[in-house]
Design a protein around this ligand. Structure first.
Ligand code: ATP
Length: 364
């Protein structure tokens, strides 16, 4: 266990009847970090959070909080204060009273309650709505009241389950910035469940990616994005071109696999080198993949493709193309970079990338 570990999951399993919702989970949450848990629907994110909150007991294994097992310890019997952020505000209380409520329950005096509630409403930039009824607020304002209500008690850990899912895109981005700054300022440990990659990757210090009750990868957004550890993670993030085939050559300097579209090569160290003939997967980020009209020099990682179409997202464009065998290749570039390329559907081009930008995905 690391010195700054606040929570540890040790071999945690959760079964509902015979269905295994969480399988043998081992990971740690560090004090003061922003940890996002992401994965597709039904992969066990909420169940993991509920076990941490004490709303479900693990079927096997141990969850420790500040070193103490808490498997069967309800929230109120724990030494480390933890709050589950919920959007359900009390409709019969106004904004300030909603925020004051938890302090009142903890026996904090009237003047102090008011001072602290107003301080948090101010931090959330909603102090001007303090006397309003909940029904008179927009979705984003309600969201901020709910956050103020959770934070006013200054918990050591705040558990958030898709807290921004109901907001429109612009408000979501604004709230992401508010949340991230707040977390940094207060040093409160955030455990944040989402299935939004952009939310997880823009805010979290570390991200846990889950699939079917299991952790596929845990690491910083940069680590995961640059080096997905499993085929699932590479697929799930959707930002890599993925090639699988038997290994035809290995050396200390890399490896080569054979694909229907020709050899694909990786240059650089490989952590767990697969044997000759074994099936291996090599990925390359769509931002590191290039397109050109003329065949580039050399014949390594050069694939003739035809353009399928393009998609614009803000300042970047993703070009979708396919090889002769029908393998999809995506290339992400800025509009300026793509301005000189003919990218109408059916246009023949060459897709290529450097073997040193290739990455070996360890597990299937
Ligand atoms: N009380 C329960 N009884 C039986 N099965 C359950 C129960 N709670 C959750 N499950 C099942 O466990 C699995 C994990 O559920 P969980 O809510 O943790 O998923 P999730 O990753 O949070 O999904 P989503 O993103 O859709 O909210 C799902 O298949 C779900 O149907």
């Amino acid at each position: 266990m690391q010195r700054d570990t606040l929570v540890s999951f040790e071999g945690v399993v959760k079964r509902f009847g015979t269905f295994v919702a969480v399988q043998k989970m081992d990971f740690e949450i560090r004090k003061g970090e922003f940890l996002a848990i992401m994965g597709s629907s039904g992969c066990g994110k909420t169940t993991t959070l509920r076990m941490l909150a004490g709303l479900e007991a693990p079927s096997e294994g141990t969850i420790r909080l500040s070193g103490k097992p808490i498997n069967h310890l309800p929230t109120w019997e724990r030494d480390t204060p933890m709050v589950w952020q919920s959007l359900a505000l009390f409709p019969f209380l106004n904004v300030r009273e909603n925020v004051e409520f938890a302090l009142k329950m903890r026996g904090v005096g009237k003047a102090e309650r008011r001072r602290r509630a107003e301080q948090w409403l101010d931090r959330m930039q909603i102090l001007e709505f303090a006397e309003r009824n909940i029904a008179q607020l927009s979705g984003g304002q309600r969201q901020r009241v709910a956050l103020a209500r959770s934070l006013v008690v200054e918990p050591e850990i705040l558990l958030l389950d898709e807290p921004l899912s109901a907001l429109d895109a612009a408000l979501k981005v604004r709230m992401q910035a508010v949340l991230k700054n707040l977390q940094r300022e207060t040093g409160i440990t955030f455990v944040y469940v989402t299935h939004s990659q952009s939310e997880a990757f823009s805010m979290a210090d570390r991200v846990v990616i889950m699939s079917r009750g299991r952790i596929e990868q845990i690491g910083s957004p940069q680590e995961i994005y640059g080096a997905p550890r499993t085929r699932f993670v590479a697929d799930f993030l959707g930002s890599s071109n993925i090639f699988t085939g038997p290994v035809t050559a290995t050396s200390g300097q890399g490896l080569e696999i054979s694909t229907k579209d020709g050899p694909v090569r990786l240059a650089g160290p490989v952590a767990a080198m697969p044997g000759q003939g074994a099936e291996a997967t090599i990925t390359v980020l769509d931002t590191k993949t290039h397109l050109s009209v003329a065949r580039p020099e050399g014949d390594v990682n050069v694939l003739p493709v035809r353009v399928i179409g393009e998609e614009f997202i803000g300042a970047t464009a993703t070009i979708y193309a396919e090889t002769d065998s029908g393998h999809e290749i995506k290339v992400q570039k800025s509009h300026d970079e793509l301005a000189s390329l003919p990218i109408s559907a059916g246009q023949p081009l060459f897709a290529w990338w450097s073997p040193s930008d290739s990455h070996h995905v360890g597990a299937a």
